[in-house]
Write a protein that binds this ligand. Structure first.
Ligand code: PEP
Ligand code: MG
Length: 623
């Protein structure tokens, strides 16, 4: 159970690299950014960087967007020794075990309440914590230690610390980063066992606090209020950590990976957290402070305008309608999408329907699931990506040989073609759904991880043999077929692929990783895997051109599309639709309204001529 992957699995996010000027790689983390406008304010910000000797600037990773201005407060959690002092001597094993069970029940009550929160992303974090709380690895470890004569608190501390260490040592970055969740659950248990709350300092912070800490657990983060904390600076952590998700949901700008040097800053100094660029500015000079204040106001007003118009169509200044669809990865995303203003569903990642089961869902189960999702959508397009599992996303009932490079292994369409029944059932479910009398939309079938034209021919041949496909796959019919452009080979062969299909969807998360040969979940190479790198942009441009020549729509469903500041560039490259996480829909629609075709094409031409991602980033955020 400890291996359960949360439906907020942040793998698609591409964190930027600390200390690197260019932050374009963090597109996914800028969901609440404004569109890129050359404004006097951001010019001014840069003009004054470093102009004042008292002023210090630290760079890190942008993890929750926005600008926060306040006074520094460094949070040092109480040392674990605090527990030992508070813990009574061990009584009998039976009594200690009962104390553990009582504490676990209290934590269960707390987490159950948190797991019912309105924000599904946040609720999901605490559902995972509930699973961890009841995992046998914890209860068995605690029981064994208690039976050896330790107190419930010490046993809990030992067991959870050992598990944290175990997870940190795993070579999989994802699981390693989740060790913080185990620590968090341990912290909650210990708080109840010892009566010492490690987070007590966090509840009484004064207004306008810029909180600096080595790291914060989600437990810590649930004690924070945006009324008092205007920005968070973490020496360590990652934009993909649950704390960053919580900060985004609270609307508190956060930067991370800044380094331990920030832990020694003087309490009470004025500081600006720039969650857009990943910077902390301490003691900014007055003009710079004024510029940041204006940026903060501008971001706020962009957001207010965007949200007030989220349900209106998005049309560029030169009159081009751009569909802004939603990406769905889980049941919770489906709920979020409903109120987001999305024009339809541009990417349904179907993996969650197939994972955590002992056998694949039947055709009927799949039809019901896809139909339900479509019924929650205000739009007619339902883009369903065929199962994209493989070495890095294992499924119990499809045993696969261990692969040393799972991202380069048997995944996506490669795996489906090796399991024709699985592929057939999913296609059958989608075709049958499109034939249902009560279904009024268009099912777009999206083939993942295409690297060879022959793979598409093979899928088309299978489709051809499924009754109903040819009737529905007609101009004006209810069925379309498209390919993901997420492998450089597919972009290079887009001209050959386009005439075979009805649409393209560009997966920039993988396209950047494969183009730059930089693992998308390895933070050490995150700055390399920027989708803003001109090499990636050239491939996007190629796919767009091929799509245009064949007269098919070209969408982008990678995380970069959720950054409103990138829309104009994508539009200029020839992208005709986008699909983004639900909270970004309103903002991207607003970015569409501010875009203009000629300007966008000029921007795209400049970006394609750039030598590196930093240059492109500067074009988007002119200074
Ligand atoms: C992508 O690669 O950009 C994409 C959308 O697919 P995923 O993130 O699910 O691999
Ligand atoms: Mg992909």
């Amino acid at each position: 159970m400890l291996y359960a992957r949360s439906s907020t699995d942040p793998r698609p996010f591409l964190p930027a690299q600390p200390g690197v000027e260019q932050k374009g790689a963090s597109a996914a983390l800028k969901l609440r950014n404004t569109a890129p406008r050359r404004t006097p304010h951001n010019k001014k910000i840069c003009a004054h960087l470093g102009g004042n000797p008292l002023q210090k600037i630290f760079s890190g990773l942008p993890a929750a967007p926005g600008v926060g201005i306040g006074t520094l407060y460094t949070y040092t959690p109480l040392p674990n020794a605090a527990y030992d002092e508070a813990v009574e001597q061990s009584t009998s094993p039976a009594q200690e075990w009962q104390r553990f069970l009582d504490a676990r029940q209290r934590v269960d009550d707390e987490l159950t309440q948190l797991a019912e929160m309105d924000n599904p992303l946040v609720a999901d974090i605490f559902r995972v914590h509930l699973e961890i709380l009841h995992d046998r690895l914890i209860s068995d470890g605690v029981r064994t230690a208690i039976d050896r004569g330790t107190s419930a608190a010490t046993a809990t501390h030992q067991t959870t610390s050992e598990l944290v260490q175990l997870f940190q040592d795993l070579s999989d970055d994802y699981f390693a980063s989740r060790s913080v969740d185990i620590r968090d659950v341990g912290q909650r248990l210990l708080t109840h066992l010892s009566g010492v709350s490690l987070a007590r300092q966090l509840v009484s912070l004064p207004p306008n606090t810029v909180l600096v800490a080595e790291d914060l657990t989600p437990y810590d983060a649930t004690h924070l209020s945006p009324d008092s904390v205007v920005g968070i600076v973490l020496a360590g952590s990652a934009p993909t950590a649950h704390t960053a998700i919580l900060a985004r949901s609270l609307g508190i700008p956060l930067i991370c990976g800044v380094g331990t040097v920030v832990l020694h800053l003087t309490l009470g100094q004025t500081a600006v957290v720039d969650g857009l660029q990943g910077r902390l500015v301490v003691e900014p000079d007055p003009e710079l402070l004024e510029a940041f204040t204006q940026t903060r106001e501008r971001l706020l007003s962009f957001r207010i305008t965007a949200e007030s118009q989220s349900h209106k169509t998005a049309v560029t200044r030169d009159g081009q309608r751009v569909l802004v669809h939603a990406n769905i990865n889980s049941r919770e995303d489906m709920l979020q999408m409903a109120g987001s203003g999305a024009d339809g569903i541009g990417l349904l990642r179907t993996e969650y329907l197939f994972q955590e089961r002992t056998k694949p869902p039947s055709v009927a189960e799949q039809m019901e699931a896809y139909g339900l999702i479509h019924s929650q959508s205000p739009g007619e397009i339902l883009t369903v990506r065929l199962l994209d599992i493989g070495g890095d996303k294992p499924v119990r009932y499809l045993p696969q040989a261990a692969e040393s490079n799972p991202f380069l292994g048997v995944r996506g369409i490669r795996l489906l073609l090796q399991h024709p029944n699985l592929l057939h059932d999913q296609l059958q479910a989608l075709i049958s759904l499109s034939q249902e009398s009560g279904f009024s939309g268009v099912v777009r079938i999206l083939v993942p991880m295409v690297s060879k034209v022959i793979e598409v021919h093979r899928v088309l041949a299978i489709l051809d043999n499924i009754p109903g496909y040819n009737e529905q796959h007609q101009p004006g019919g209810r069925l379309q077929i498209g390919v993901m452009i997420e492998v450089p080979a597919a972009a290079l062969m887009a001209e050959r692929l386009a005439p075979l299909v009805d649409f393209f969807s560009i997966g920039t998360n993988d396209l950047a990783q494969y183009t730059m040969a930089a693992d998308r979940v390895n933070s050490a190479v995150a700055s390399l895997a920027s989708p803003l790198d001109p090499a990636v942009l050239r491939l996007i441009g190629m796919a767009c051109q091929a799509g245009q020549s064949a007269g098919i729509p070209v969408s982008i469903c990678g995380e970069m599309a959720g950054d409103p500041s990138v829309f104009s560039l994508l539009f200029g490259l020839g992208v005709t639709e986008v699909s983004v996480v639900a909270p970004a829909v309103a903002l991207v629609k607003e970015a569409v309204r501010q875009a203009d075709g000629d300007e966008a094409r000029r921007l795209a031409r400049q970006a394609l001529q750039a030598s590196r991602a930093q240059e492109v980033h500067r074009l988007l955020h002119p200074e």
